[in-house]
Design a protein around this ligand. Structure first.
Ligand code: ATP
Ligand code: MG
Length: 433
């Protein structure tokens, strides 16, 4: 009996039919990030488990429930559940933080979290993320948020709301934790087991619990915004004025705490209602303590990550078209096997110039070849027989207009074909104006 192996739950395949969507999004995010001076960074798919425990945080859902970890030769490794920890580890290890500040990097990578798969929530998903290290000023927050805002606009996405909040610094959070503890202490009996353990260690995490009962209790909890120290409050006010200055619309949502422990001061999310319940397409914030926590010098930093699947889903649902401008330029149809060597060389001469050229490699008859060239959307075809090879002349057929031109198959061929193909493309552009 044949065993059919399917892809694991919560993973997705991208086939050639869909790859243009990914390439469109990746091109736009990278170009926008370059305009802001961010350079690409690449990091390993797995890291020492301790890295995530120490950065993402022991009491977060990600670390407590969602990590894919293995013990290999007695060392514990984890598939990265997010990109910030590995990126900061990489910047530290490679001395980037000793160079001129700010250091600005971006990445496109896969992340792994053991969650319940649903639309917009996968076990392997992809993030575009950025990290900026070395500035404590709110102008840096505005710059990073402005880049996320531009990316969403450049993708053509609308109907996205920017929500911002400040979750303070360790200094003001101490007071806030006390208030939270007092509040949840009273409702201890109703909290889920995980939140009960969070009550002592990190009561703010209860605000991020996905259990309906806990989130219901959390509704009336004290708000961090009422506990900010002067410095954090000033930082938040300045950020808001910079966003106003850039005409970036936002709402202050005092409930946003984010799912990872390393955040301080500014946190933000971009949320759409067009893709169902998992509508957060971008999440980020400041993490001034992280680098020190990982053993480096105190270095303020911030960043964000966007879920690429959610961005693509939003674009699909909003009817945004993706670039797909790779078409087959020429299909060469050999009438029999003897002319195949000639067809191969003809194809190579154009491929060397960057054209997509095909000839028959599966032994189809002429009629079937023409059907197949239609399927490829070939702009031009040439039928090649002994006559054509001997006279070094063939008919070049424009598949859209049906027009046929004599074309020499000698050393003028590449230049002539290029001229014809380019003027044909130009006609297309004019037709579309
Ligand atoms: P959520 O509240 O949706 O679980 P999160 O706070 O866990 O999100 P982050 O860790 O901030 O998410 O990740 C940044 C972005 O990555 C999210 O805004 C989202 O777009 C995307 N993302 C996170 N988890 C998943 C997932 N399991 N599947 C698909 N995309 C995801
Ligand atoms: Mg999550």
């Amino acid at each position: 009996m044949a065993l059919t192996i399917k892809r694991p739950n919560g993973t997705e395949d991208v086939t050639p039919k869909n790859i243009h969507k990914w390439l469109t999004v990746e091109r736009i995010v990278k170009e926008t990030a370059s305009g802001y001076g961010f350079k690409e960074i690449r990091i390993p798919t797995f890291e020492n488990t301790e890295l995530f425990q120490r950065s993402v945080g022991e009491t977060t859902d990600v670390v407590q429930k969602e990590m894919y970890s293995v013990i290999a030769k007695e060392t514990k490794f984890t598939l990265r559940p997010e990109g910030t920890a590995g990126t900061i580890r990489c910047m530290m290890q490679n001395g980037l933080l000793n160079e001129a500040m700010p250091q600005k990097v971006f990445y496109v990578l896969s992340c792994f979290r053991h969650e319940r798969p649903q639309a917009g929530r996968l076990r392997e998903f992809h993030q575009f993320g950025v990290e900026m290290a070395g500035s404590a000023l709110p102008s840096a927050d505005a710059d990073v948020i402005s880049m996320a805002y531009d990316i969403i606009n450049n993708l053509g996405i609308s109907n996205v709301e920017l929500k911002i909040n400040s979750i303070g610094c360790p200094h003001c959070r101490a007071e806030y934790h006390k208030a939270l503890k007092a509040y949840f202490e009273n409702k201890k009996d109703e909290l889920c087991e995980t939140c009960l353990s969070r009550l002592e260690k990190n009561p703010m995490r209860i605000l991020d619990c996905k259990s309906p009962i806990c989130s219901d209790i959390a509704k009336d909890a004290p708000l961090i915004l009422d506990y900010l120290c002067d410095e954090c409050s000033d930082h938040f006010e300045k950020l808001k004025s910079y966003l106003d200055n850039l005409d970036i619309k936002y709402t202050v949502d005092p409930k946003i705490v984010r799912g990872l422990d390393y955040y301080t001061k500014t946190v933000f999310e971009f949320v759409t209602t067009d893709i169902g319940a998992q509508g957060t397409v971008c999440g980020g914030g400041r993490y001034d303590g992280l680098i020190e926590q990982l053993g480096g010098q105190h270095t303020p930093a911030l960043g964000f990550a966007m879920g690429l699947e959610r961005l693509i889903l939003t674009m699909e649902n909003q009817g945004i078209s993706f670039e797909d401008n790779t078409g087959c330029s020429l299909y060469i149809a050999p009438m029999d096997e003897t002319v195949i060597p000639f067809a191969m060389k003809l194809a190579k001469s154009l491929r060397d110039e960057g054209f997509w050229v095909e000839y028959d490699t599966v032994g189809r008859g002429l009629k079937a070849q023409m059907k197949y060239s239609d399927k490829l959307g070939a702009a031009f075809t040439i039928v090649l027989g002994d006559n054509e090879v001997n006279s070094k002349t063939a008919k070049l057929k424009n598949m859209k207009t049906g027009e046929q031109l004599d074309i020499k198959l000698d050393d003028t061929f590449v230049q002539n074909f290029s001229n014809i193909a380019i003027s044909d493309m130009f006609d297309d552009v004019i037709d579309n104006i």
